[in-house]
Ligand binder design. Structure first.
Ligand code: DX5
Ligand code: ZN
Length: 229
């Protein structure tokens, strides 16, 4: 069964900058610039399941060496199983994989948990909330995509807010405790509305790394989210 969230409780909205939007040649400095955040979000893309090719679990271990922040590793790959296990061994606290890409999702949640990592399940914009029904009891976090996976800087799909509300209702109806993360298109414009309907973790790529002052971007996003609660 899911572990208790410990410091990642539902009591405040957590901010997870996505290093997809960072300057990768200066990754150490970029990670130091977001030390007031709550997670480092690492987007692993294989260039097949999504058109973009990024990086793999080695970046998770590299991030762990220079930052105290826990890593939240998001897999957008054809076969998430081997990479999920590698990301776990690399020290990711949460590993999220897409329900659309993983027919053996139940087994993978168990394998991750046995290795001490918290499993998370991600849903594409076109995947209905009902896809969660048989797996939601076994995960520590549900990732609701606010854009089609593949790129940072895309426009937020407004329907995502309603989807988060439905997932929060499912969570209370089943008396569960998983975190709800929203990934893609998050900004000051939607952070309050997302927090208001139950989002606990906001991933932000271009919003944080596109700002000159990252600490200010993180605190303004957190402030906008908290104001919506
Ligand atoms: C999209 C990635 C996101 C992306 C978010 O496939 O999963 O994490 O980096 O970037 P923004 O916040 O710019 O939409
Ligand atoms: Zn992501």
């Amino acid at each position: 069964m899911p572990t208790s969230h410990g410091p990642e409780s539902h009591s405040r909205v957590l901010i997870a900058p996505s290093i997809l939007s960072a300057d990768l040649l200066r990754l150490g400095d970029e990670l130091r610039s977001i030390e007031t955040a709550d997670f480092i979000h690492v987007d692993v893309m294989d260039g097949v399941w999504v058109p973009h090719l990024t990086f793999g679990p080695d970046v998770v271990s590299a991030a762990r060496r220079v930052s105290e922040l826990p890593v939240d590793c998001h897999l957008m790959v054809v076969d998430p199983v081997p990479i999920a296990l590698q990301a776990t061994d690399a020290g990711a606290r949460y590993v999220s994989f897409h329900i659309e890409a993983c027919p053996l999702a139940h087994r993978l949640t168990q394998e991750l948990r046995e290795r001490g990592t918290r499993p998370a399940i991600a849903l594409n914009p076109a995947t209905p909330v009902s896809a969660l029904e048989e797996i939601v009891e076994y995960v520590d976090m549900v990732v609701v995509m606010g854009v089609e996976p593949g790129f940072s800087g895309q426009a937020f799909i407004a329907r995502t807010v309603e989807k988060v509300r439905e997932i929060a209702e499912l969570r209370s109806a089943r008396d569960l405790d998983f975190l709800i993360q929203v990934d893609g298109g998050v900004s000051l414009e939607n952070a309050g509305a997302l927090a208001c309907v139950g989002a606990d973790v906001l991933v932000a790529g271009s919003f944080v790394f596109g700002a000159r002052d990252r600490a200010k971007a993180i605190s303004s996003l957190r402030g906008a989210a908290e104001a919506g609660r």
